[in-house]
Design a protein around this ligand. Sequence first.
Ligand SMILES: *Cc1c(COP(=O)(O)O)cnc(C)c1O
Length: 409
Amino acid sequence: MYQYWKKKSQEEINNTIFKALKANINYEEQVIIGLPASFLDEKVFNQDASFLKEAPFISTLAQNPNHIGCHTLGKSEPFFAGTQKIEQELIEICAVDILKGEAQQQDGYVASGGTEANIQAIWVYRNYFKNKFKASLNEICILCSADSHYSMNKAGNLLCIDVENVGVSKEGRSISTASIELAVNQAKKKGKKYFIVVCNMMTTMFGSVDDVDLYVDVLGASGCEFMIHVDGAYGGFYYPFSEKNNKLTFQNKNISSFTLDAHKMAQAPYGTGIFIIRKGLIQHTNTQEASYVEGEDFTLIGSRSGANAVAVWMILSKNGPFGWQEKIFILQKRASWMCEQLDSLNIEFYRHPFSNIITIKKEFVTDEIATKFGLVPDNHHKPNWFKIVIMEHVTIEKLMLLLEDLKAN
Ligand SMILES: *Cc1c(COP(=O)(O)O)cnc(C)c1O
């Protein structure tokens, strides 16, 4: 069932990572004098500390491998081959065992975050439309729901293409055939012929999930070209485990790429946005001028830490696929419990049934309560909603304190 993702003991994890570090260059032991790189400054970060022997992640940080470029295709810098292999394995776990792709049929890398991974996807498709159809920038647009993350607006701004928003229903936070048709027709009037669709696998504020088939049906009937990216920055390590009938996978031939952030639900260090795309597409963002980098550079970022890939690989290996299922199961249970309590108090909220975000209407939340519990508003100037995110540390005990205050309000 799981091809690459296996639960590993701490000993196996330590052995694997230390072996990978040995396969990287060692600036102390070898004569490597051509790189603007070294171990972390020894005066500050002791390389010999005894605790490092039991700490594969900190050891990787100290040895500071640079994972510049993309390591799932072509050549890569030989200096960091050991930890690059860990990154390849991590991409394969996510692409095949989480997103149901075929083995070895996807490319990907660990980006700085969801923002970069989304921009990377949109950059690939913008260039794909330019290269394949001679599309001009004003014929291309990004199509995404009004609840999408603001990184799509950054991408549109940077890549000089317009963003067309698809309206969502006020209570259900869902897109519809009619709202997509409206947005597509408006875009066509402005001369758009090529659509970069970003489909949400859990939105930041509501945890809502877009029905990808609606995009496929409307755009298919429109006669326009389109490519679909799934933004799972929030939901990528959650939704595939909470919804058995997940339609947002590589099994759907209309979907070409995914963003999934390990630094949100997977509790990894910041700098772990994962970008995965079907083979044959990332070539559209190769920068041939990156001639000093072995294998050139298909990514947006440039230099990046190999320790990030190691951290995510360790987290997934330690939990294992079934441990992950249990983790999500518990969060789902807590979220459902909270929703029952809110219902019994007649407090109105939105929750997607497979999500751990509960978004409460502002009428039921005072400023004091929002501040006391760190509830995040949809808009700091003019809030309409406040959200609770059920994370590992958000226990029923803590939720009960909020319920008491909501009740007294
Ligand atoms: C957080 C988030 C992003 C952006 O991710 P960063 O890692 O903060 O750059 C993009 N999309 C969604 C849905 C998110 O929740």
